[in-house]
Design a protein around this ligand. Structure first.
Ligand code: UTP
Length: 301
């Protein structure tokens, strides 16, 4: 097995029910944060982490995602004719940023099942997984690259984690893990994982978030799973079984993660990313300050 992580898998076949009715027709992964679809943030992260092959797991109604990363001949021609060079560059950059492959998940049978759909395209190589609705804001230090550095040193799968205090931990997969030397105290060796435990039963405050570097053995583990509720195959179950054969590490990532698959998380990400934009930030900040939110929060503005 090579140690170079060249491929990144993007499970994007889910139904996005938390965002209905917006996602009835529109893929959740195409909702824009400021002016970029959520999934483009992840694709840019994978590329700046050294991946040159992007594998998107799509499903029914997800064709817009493929179109987004394709050349739009009419658009490019029109922008060129109108001398809109900056916009032309923006459109061209998206279409040429990566080698995009897709695999279809015919039914949304869980994250594990979605990852399994990439088996043929990944082959016998380690690979990254990016859940596109988790945005990680870490300028100059792409989240997936942080995991790849650990993978290259430890030669074992790595899961991104963040510390979640209090009862909110029950919304996550949680690690049972002990700290390991090096990596500024951010690295843990995992002994078990529990999906969405009650607060009292959580083995730690280390929550699994949507970035992984995995060895190809994970595919065997997913194939061996017995489907759970609703016929779903869960990635966490496959990872737990992988622990019988290989070490797995948890890495507390540097950067701020936003759950853009959730309405509140999406709004927070939009505000924070907009504030960071040189072309929008100053004016947007002024607008936010002018809202006098304390008063407005007691009722409609
Ligand atoms: P989520 O649970 O956040 O996405 O899965 P969802 O199921 O689309 O959203 P809700 O809960 O109904 O609102 C995380 C990622 O995994 C993908 C999703 O597209 C999302 O990007 N996924 C999930 C699949 O590709 N296939 C699945 O069967 C489930």
């Amino acid at each position: 097995m090579t140690l170079k992580v060249r491929k990144a898998v993007f499970p994007a076949a889910g139904m996005g029910t938390r965002f209905l009715p917006a996602t009835k027709v529109m893929p959740k992964e195409m909702l824009p944060v400021v002016d970029k679809p959520i999934i483009q943030y992840g694709v840019e992260e994978a590329i700046s982490s050294g991946c040159d092959e992007i594998i998107i797991i799509t499903g029914r109604g997800k064709v817009l995602i493929e179109d987004h990363f394709d050349i739009s001949f009419e658009l490019e021609q029109t922008l060129a004719q109108r001398n809109k060079h900056n916009l032309l560059q923006t459109a061209q950059k998206v279409a040429r940023m990566a080698h995009i492959l897709t695999a279809r998940q015919k039914e949304p049978l869980g994250l594990g099942h979605a990852v399994l759909m990439a088996k043929r395209l990944v082959g016998n190589e380690p690979f990254g997984v990016i859940l596109p609705d988790d945005l990680v804001d870490s300028p100059g230090n792409p989240c997936l690259h942080q995991l790849i550095r650990v993978f290259e040193e430890k030669k074992a799968s790595v899961i991104a984690t963040q510390v979640v205090e209090g009862k909110a931990i029950s919304a996550y997969g949680v690690l049972d893990a002990k700290p390991v030397d090096g990596f500024n105290g951010r690295l843990y060796e995992i002994s078990n994982m529990v999906e969405k435990p009650a607060f009292a039963d959580a083995p730690s405050n280390l929550a699994i978030i949507g970035r992984y570097v995995l060895t190809p053995r994970i595919f065997e583990m997913i194939e061996a799973l017995k489907p759970g509720a609703g016929g779903e195959l869960q990635l966490t179950d496959a990872l737990r079984n992988l622990l019988q054969y290989e070490k797995i590490y948890g890495y507390v990532i540097e950067g701020k993660r936003h759950d853009a698959g959730d309405k509140l998380g999406f709004l927070k990400a939009t505000v924070e990313y907009a504030l960071q934009r040189p072309d929008l930030g100053p004016e947007f900040k002024e607008y936010l300050l002018s809202l006098n939110v304390e008063k407005a929060s007691h009722g409609p503005v």
